[in-house]
Design a protein around this ligand. Structure first.
Ligand SMILES: Nc1ncnc2c1ncn2[C@@H]1O[C@H](COP(=O)(O)OP(=O)(O)O)[C@@H](O)[C@H]1O
Ligand SMILES: [Mg+2]
Length: 232
């Protein structure tokens, strides 16, 4: 990460800006859709007026790879190396000074570096597929969040859902909703998500009028309402 960019150091430090809001997309399991949702939510948030920086914290670098194929700079994207994760608070300060209002963190599907990442998050979105294995695999992340005192600041989103009616999906949704930990709407399995990411776009850029785009915009609106209002 080169948060200073190539500009010259100002002689007088600029006034400290409000800290950006931080959305972490995290769950200790691969393949649930963290990168897919992080990318499209970052784009949808930018379209809704946020100045977004997305940070790829996953050594696999999928989000950074997506960024490399993007031809627009509507979302700033950077990669953090594992040893930089401890510097997140300072990095957030720098991003604030640069005018970022929302930081989206895409994380690895493991516990490595997760606690310091979650600690900085205003909200943690945990994508899971509507399957018992995924929901069980989310438990350690849930326990870590509760241990960090982040109750009320996280939710699971059902991703890659089969077309409705799907009794299994509805049953999981009802259980999670009853526990107050369901982000809505759920996101259906749609090839638009795969095709958008393949060409460096968010799904709202790739197919703006599609159901996939509608779901992502609605999910961003849901998350936006759960996060603190930016102050200062
Ligand atoms: N809603 C969706 N519809 C269709 N395919 C999806 C959806 N979400 C994720 N995928 C696909 O699932 C796979 C894993 O997604 P990815 O975002 O890489 O997961 P993670 O970052 O959690 O490992 C990818 O092939 C991706 O294209
Ligand atoms: Mg990923």
């Amino acid at each position: 990460m080169d948060p200073q960019g190539s500009g010259h150091e100002p002689e007088v430090a600029p006034p400290r800006s409000a800290r950006p809001r931080v959305l972490a997309v995290a769950v200790q399991k691969g393949g649930t859709g963290k990168t897919t949702l992080a990318a499209s939510l970052a784009v949808a948030a930018a379209e809704a007026g946020e100045r977004v920086t997305a940070l790829d914290l996953d050594p696999q670098g999928s989000l950074a790879g997506w960024a490399a194929t993007r031809e627009t700079d509507t979302v700033a994207i950077d990669r953090l190396q594992p040893w930089e994760i401890g510097q997140l608070p300072e990095i957030l300060d720098i991003l604030a000074q640069q005018g970022t209002t929302l930081v989206v963190l895409d994380t690895a599907g493991s516990s490595a570096g997760l606690a310091p990442t979650l600690k900085e998050a205003d909200f943690v979105l945990m994508p899971v597929r509507p399957s018992r294995l995924d929901i069980v695999a989310a438990r350690p992340t849930l326990q870590a969040l509760i241990g960090l005192g982040l109750r009320g600041r996280f939710a699971l989103v059902l991703n890659q859902c089969p077309p409705l009616p799907s009794p299994r999906t509805s049953a999981y949704a009802a259980q999670l909703r009853a526990l107050g930990v369901l982000a809505e709407p759920g996101i259906n399995h749609r090839v638009d998500h795969q095709d958008a990411l393949a060409v460096g776009l968010g799904v709202t850029e790739y197919a703006p009028a599609s159901p996939a785009a509608e779901e992502i915009r609605a999910l961003w609106a849901w998350i936006d309402a759960k996060m603190p209002v930016t102050t200062g």
